[in-house]
Design a protein around this ligand. Structure first.
Ligand code: FES
Length: 495
């Protein structure tokens, strides 16, 4: 078969591929993302063609025109390799949140592997079970990203016949990460604990995604899934167990279960909330007597995929903004020219624009223009601001409805734990100023990757901790609450 060479600039990689290979199959491994799942609508998979030819269909041409992309731009999701080419791709170097938090544990002999299987990123750590010391860490982008950035795209890809491929991709990726760690420390791991959201659990386990695609979105069989190395096609042995921990509800998975364990929320006397804003937004709230959890559709804006200049926390993303007098000062990841804005800085931007009175209480731009410049070529459009308001209202309404379910006022919540990469970068003052969380600064705590911390804690137990938490935790559907619409709309305002 005819073959071609693809050179990736500035990564310095050269790959040989068969004729007509779709670029989407190659480039996701090099950090190119496909937020709309290759539907040709988002334009975020664009690359620049520096040398060679890529045949371009009429539909591809129309899409480039519609997105106002330059003549050397190509959408990787619509391109096949029919010539030797050089492509300029973005230098993505994802900041994936690993963790070294200390926690209480009962020492035991052997080694364990904790895996946080996120919709976007994967983190695995090899742990010495005698000391809880982290021996090795591996991070990777979730290879399912080529099917879209959010959970709905993954469910849809499953319905479109890609379930088996997604299952194989994720099992292989986690297997590779573990193999790399075992190559450094030649040990036989005793246990592997994997945590992730419900969609990730079902894809990893090869389970049906249909119940997650239609009303009432109720899935059964949320429990612990157990595997052998052979079943997962892993070429290393695990002497005792490989567990994917139980989900709590349809869209609240074991990453939140692990987060509850990591924050001791299930032991607190006072009411406490855990908020994890990633590709999806989940909230757990309660105390040692009861915990309620829910998911919100908050992710796309904070992960950048629904914004005109949105991007995740990678090189070139504005990660934070602050005011110096009336001047907006930005911090850009990698100290380069800003190319876009990530979720944490989006909150900063809206809070600052409101403070400067450039936008009104409903997010309306007061200058009469359709966009406002943030830094360099990065502008925030009116639509971006509305997307933010939708996402922040979803979180704020979720907090209020969970409080109501517990019979308390939001101000009675003693502590808010903000989890995940987003939580790490967010400016608490701005989180409060936008009304996403209605509390006071001293009650907000950034907790890091609580899913990974909890997964490590689960390495030292045999399911009892998870059962204890599950025994007092229930999942509710926010949209099912009679006041949801009113509360949600009420939260759209910027105070
Ligand atoms: S346009 Fe290619 S992934 Fe969205």
């Amino acid at each position: 078969m005819k073959q071609h060479k693809i050179r990736l600039y500035p990564l310095g990689k050269e790959i040989t591929v068969n004729d007509k290979t779709p670029l989407i199959d190659l480039l996701h491994e090099y950090g190119i993302e496909f937020p709309c799942g290759g539907k040709g609508t988002c334009g975020k998979c664009r690359v620049s063609l520096l040398e060679g030819e890529i045949e371009i269909s009429e539909k591809h041409r129309q899409t480039l025109d519609r997105l106002h992309l330059s003549s050397d731009s190509r959408l990787a999701c619509m391109s096949h390799c029919t010539d030797s080419i050089t492509l300029q791709v973005e230098q993505f170097d994802h900041l994936i949140l690993a963790d070294e938090t200390e926690f209480e544990f009962e020492p035991e002999s052997g080694f364990g592997i904790a895996v946080d299987l996120g919709t976007t990123t994967l983190v695995a750590q090899l742990v010495d079970l005698q000391t809880a010391r982290i021996l090795a860490v591996e991070t990777l982008l979730n290879p399912q990203l080529k099917f879209g950035a959010d959970l709905i795209s993954r469910v849809q890809a499953g319905l479109d016949g890609h379930s088996t491929e997604m299952t194989e991709l994720i099992r292989e990726a986690i297997g590779q990460m573990i193999s790399l760690m075992l190559a450094q420390y030649q040990v036989v791991p005793d246990k592997v604990v994997i945590v992730g959201n419900t969609v990730m659990q079902r894809i990893f386990s090869g389970m049906d995604l249909v119940p997650l695609s239609c009303y009432p979105f109720e899935v059964e069989d949320l429990g612990m899934k157990t595997f052998t190395s052979e079943e997962l096609d892993w070429d290393f042995q695990v002497s005792k167990s490989i567990h994917f921990y139980p989900s709590i509800g349809s869209f609240v998975g074991s990453d939140i279960l692990a987060g509850i364990a990591a924050t001791d929320l299930h032991k607190k006397e006072k009411f406490t909330a855990l908020i994890d804003i990633g590709t999806n937004g989940e909230i757990a709230m309660g105390n040692r007597d009861q915990i309620i959890c829910a998911s919100t559709a908050a992710g796309p804006a904070f992960e950048g995929s629904s914004l005109s200049v949105g991007m995740r926390a990678v090189t070139g993303a504005i990660s934070s903004l602050r005011l110096d007098g009336a001047k907006i000062i930005s911090t850009v990841i990698g100290n380069t020219e800003p190319k876009g804005i990530c979720g944490s800085a989006l909150i900063d931007a809206v809070a600052i624009l409101r403070k400067l009175d450039l936008i009104g209480p409903f997010g309306e731009i007061g200058t009469g223009e359709d966009s406002l410049r943030i830094d360099g070529a990065v502008w925030l459009t009116q639509r971006d601001i509305y997307e933010f308001l939708l996402a922040k209202s979803a979180i704020a309404a979720g907090i209020e409805i969970l409080s109501k379910n517990l019979g308390i006022d939001t101000f009675e919540i003693e502590d808010f734990y903000i989890a995940g990469g987003f939580g790490n970068y967010v400016t608490v003052e701005h989180l409060l100023a936008t009304g996403m969380v209605e509390s006071t600064e001293e009650k907000i705590h950034k907790m890091g990757n609580t899913a990974l911390i909890g997964a490590k804690m689960f390495l030292f137990e045999n399911g009892d901790l998870a059962s204890e938490i599950l025994g007092k935790t229930r999942h509710i559907n926010l949209e099912g609450h009679p006041e949801f619409q009113d509360i949600y709309i009420g939260k759209m305002m910027l105070e």
